[in-house]
Design a protein around this ligand. Structure first.
Ligand SMILES: [Zn+2]
Length: 682
């Protein structure tokens, strides 16, 4: 007998500074849960780990804003997040927290090990310091004017308005979030992880994983191509894991160094709870174990580049087998926004609806290869015409018919005719078809294969016309209903990964022993119900959702999105300018001569443009949308009299115009006719 497949699956650790919304669920949690539930049914040796990420500046800043301690924040949101996942049926084997001693120990042990091997480098540097608050200001503790889009509240690590990656020192008019004072630059030091030293090993690691998703592979090779740089893994903060070195002072580990280690400490905690404290090593230190990280695309670099290099540096740990990263989910055509409350919070949803319809809808629109959109209307349609109309309908008509005409007992079958055989074949092939897609992390296709069984079963029921045969050929009718009962049983097991609550309900209606989640996937397509088996009285599996319920939800979203409810929205409000003010803006046609990505950034392009007789360098935040080669030769529109700005140490002498919608559509502004560069636009 072949040995059981061994897997260790993780979902990205959520930041504990707020509740979870359905956009989070669609990316890193639901696809993982479906994958894990399938593997459990298949009999794989699998554990599924997650936990709250409780350190980092996002949490301390929230605490300061509310005038409470970071501990207050994490103690509020950790239970809330954990509860949301449970109620939605996300079946972690352990959900830990990075504030636990077991995680601090794991983090310190990793740090000490890398330090004692001489891998970490200590570097002197200058960093913003708040003289009033008497502390260094890491990352988002500094805000200022974005050098790319001039948004006045850009954070030290990123501009929320234009999405540019920033360094604190890129900001114009930097201000401390703590005191509102202008920070000063002061000497400090940090320990760096030499990512560049792992460049070739990482390349070999990627080369050995040709089956990774295209988006992830492109991303990884993109990083390598840019050249990997040393990364600071410490911060001057008090909230976090203390650096276990004598000369470290108040320094803590940078959250992105230690958070990924949370998967290891969560597994350790799980093993301890089972009374087998060494058991975690069976997964983390067994080279036959497949480590799979489910994440959103914003987390690819940490799981596919950073974490593997930390593990290589440490040695003796299994490296990621796969990182099936998903794209983003949008909501009603716009990006999710926590600050604008443009979100569907899992807690709110569960107050009004069952978990399975959401799981179904999010699996059907999973953002696997590109961003996708959740709308309440689509949710209603999928619930009413697919869950109720196809899956629920088949099960309900079958069980009701058996109740009414066969006394609630599975009737005995005669030898199958051609149509019966076709139906039995559909059922027999389904576990393989669904499983094959799930093994490739293709949740959408897997769900479609499941629904195809129900679709075919409805067709079978219609073609067999049991409501007629029951009067003129009872044996044929009995065979039909026997097969319908078999298919219902198969569906209960096959839908268990996707619709875990409804699967339990159907298992109960079928009056079957044991737990549907502990059945054998491989045998689920067999006709296993004995003739004469007594079913429970039928009940509907899914309920229709009415229009007024959906309007209520869409109205709720609209009423939350009040203009002016925050700074970003205020910026979108219309203010009138005079013609003279408009004339002050010097818009001109420019020709792009060269374009290249700015090294070590995701979003920035460096352009040389021709403006009549003049040549200029422009740094534009467009690399996400346009390849450099798409720009070369184009006639574009630039603001020619914008104050020059330093971006990543490069001077930007103007700004390129482009349009970007809330839902992420992007278009460069060009001209309709070929017109000389330098021409003024009026
Ligand atoms: Zn910006």
């Amino acid at each position: 007998m072949s040995k059981k497949e061994k897997l260790l699956v993780t979902s990205a650790l959520p930041y504990t500074n707020g509740p979870v919304h359905i956009g989070h669920v669609a990316g890193a949690y639901l696809p993982a849960d479906i994958f894990v539930r399938y593997h459990r049914l298949k009999g794989s040796d699998i554990v599924y780990m997650c936990g709250s990420d409780e350190h980092g500046v996002a949490i301390t800043i929230r605490a300061e804003r509310e005038g409470v301690s970071p501990r207050d924040i994490i103690d509020r949101y950790h239970p809330q997040i954990k509860n949301s996942f449970e109620r939605l049926g996300v079946s972690f084997d352990n959900y830990s927290r990075t504030s636990l001693p077991i995680h601090h120990e794991t983090g310190q042990e990793f740090f000490s090990d890398l330090y004692s091997k001489g891998i970490l480098k200590k570097k002197q540097e200058k960093q913003f310091y708040d003289e009033k608050a008497k502390m260094f200001l890491p990352d988002r503790y500094v805000e200022g004017t974005c050098p790319v889009c001039a948004f006045e509240e850009a954070r030290g690590d990123q501009c929320e308005l234009c999405g540019s990656d920033l360094n604190q020192t890129d900001l114009k008019n930097p201000v401390s979030k703590l005191s509102g004072e202008t920070p000063v630059l002061r000497d400090t030091f940090h320990w760096y992880f030499p990512l560049g030293d792992f460049q070739e090993r990482l390349r070999a690691f990627f080369d050995a994983r040709p089956n990774w998703k295209e988006n992830v592979r492109n991303y990884c090779y993109g990083w390598i191509k840019q050249g990997l740089q040393d990364r600071a893994i410490t911060r001057d903060l008090t909230w976090g894991i203390k650096v276990p070195l004598e000369d470290a002072g108040d320094k803590v580990m940078y959250v992105w160094f230690e958070a990924v280690l949370g998967y290891i400490s969560s597994t350790k905690e799980w093993a301890q709870k089972r009374g087998e404290p060494e058991r975690w090593k069976d997964y983390w230190q067994d080279e036959n174990c497949k480590l799979v990280h489910f994440v959103g695309k914003d987390n690819i670099v940490f799981h596919a580049v950073m974490f593997p290099s930390f593990l290589m540096a440490r040695g003796g740990y299994v490296l990621p087998h796969d990182v099936p990263a998903n794209e983003f989910l949008n909501l009603e055509g716009a990006k999710f926004s926590t600050s604008r409350d443009h979100a569907v919070w899992v807690d709110d949803y569960l107050e009004r609806f069952q978990p399975d319809p959401l799981r179904y809808c999010l699996a059907a629109i999973a953002p696997e290869t590109k961003d996708s959109d959740f709308s309440w209307k689509d949710f209603q349609t999928r619930n009413n015409s697919e869950l109720v109309g196809i899956l629920g309908n088949f099960v309900n008509r079958s069980l009701t018919f058996i109740q009414k005409h066969f006394d609630g007992k599975v009737p005995a079958a005669q030898p199958p005719d051609e149509l019966d055989q076709w139906m039995l074949k559909c059922m027999a092939e389904a576990p393989g078809a669904i499983g094959d897609s799930l093994e490739k992390y293709e949740v959408r296709r897997a769900l479609k294969a499941l629904m195809d069984v129900a679709r075919n079963a409805n067709k079978y029921f219609n073609d067999k016309e049991p409501w007629r045969r029951v009067h003129d050929d009872r044996d044929v009718c009995a065979t039909t209903l026997n097969i319908c009962a078999q298919v219902s049983r198969a569906l209960a097991v096959l839908m268990a990964p996707f619709l875990p609550f409804s699967a339990v309900k159907l298992w109960k209606l079928l009056n079957l022993p044991g737990n549907v989640h502990e059945q054998n996937w491989g045998q689920s397509g067999e006709a296993a119900l004995a003739a004469g088996h007594v079913l429970n009285p039928p009940e509907v599996l899914f309920s229709k959702i009415e229009n007024d319920v959906i309007s209520e939800e869409t109205n709720r979203l609209k009423s939350k999105a009040k203009p002016g409810s925050n700074k970003t929205a205020e910026k979108e409000e219309r203010t009138l300018i005079s013609f003279d003010q408009f004339k002050d803006v010097d818009l001109r046609i420019a020709k792009v001569l060269t374009a290249e990505k700015v090294e070590k950034t995701d979003k920035l392009l460096r352009l040389e443009v021709e403006l009549g007789t003049e040549q200029r360098q422009i740094i534009a935040g467009m690399a996400e949308f346009l390849a450099p080669e798409d720009l070369v030769g184009k006639k574009v529109v630039v603001v020619a009299n914008l104050q020059p700005a330093k971006i990543r140490g490069l001077e930007s002498q103007g700004m390129l115009l482009a349009a970007e919608s809330e839902s992420g559509e992007f278009s460069l502004l060009t001209v309709e006719k070929d017109i000389s560069s330098g021409t003024k636009i009026r």
